[in-house]
Design a protein around this ligand. Structure first.
Ligand code: SF4
Ligand code: F3S
Length: 111
């Protein structure tokens, strides 16, 4: 089992999650983060910290697509362990439909 970051993180990117992870397994893209499923120890600490409720346990998901997505980008994006500044308009994006259309595959800055 693992926790993964899902669609509502896109353009919200609050980063509260990275501060609490005991194994530093978050990776940063330009406008969202992902979790490395092979590094996550399933502690569940990050899930309630996300204001956008974007972090989900894999056994609550319909299929493996978000696990595959998190694995793919965790392998190419830089590690992030410290909270940076969330986007100024993060609140406006929270809960918006169709956020995948705004997903950026570009890496973020990392730590
Ligand atoms: Fe890190 Fe625990 Fe969240 Fe996994 S569940 S990403 S180990 S805080
Ligand atoms: Fe994204 Fe939530 Fe972390 S919005 S950056 S998963 S706190």
């Amino acid at each position: 089992m693992t926790y993964v970051v899902t669609e509502n993180c896109i353009k919200c990117k609050y980063q509260d999650c990275v501060e609490v992870c005991p194994v530093d397994c978050f990776y940063e893209g330009e406008n969202m983060l992902v979790i490395h499923p092979d590094e996550c120890i399933d502690c569940g600490v990050c899930e309630p910290e996300c204001p956008a409720e974007a972090i989900v346990a894999d056994d609550k998901l319909e299929d493996d697509s978000w696990v595959e997505f998190n694995t793919k980008y965790a392998e190419s994006w830089p590690n992030i362990t410290e909270k940076g500044e969330p986007p100024a308009d993060a609140k406006d994006w929270d809960g918006k439909e169709g956020k995948m259309a705004h997903f950026s595959p570009e890496p973020g800055e990392g730590d």
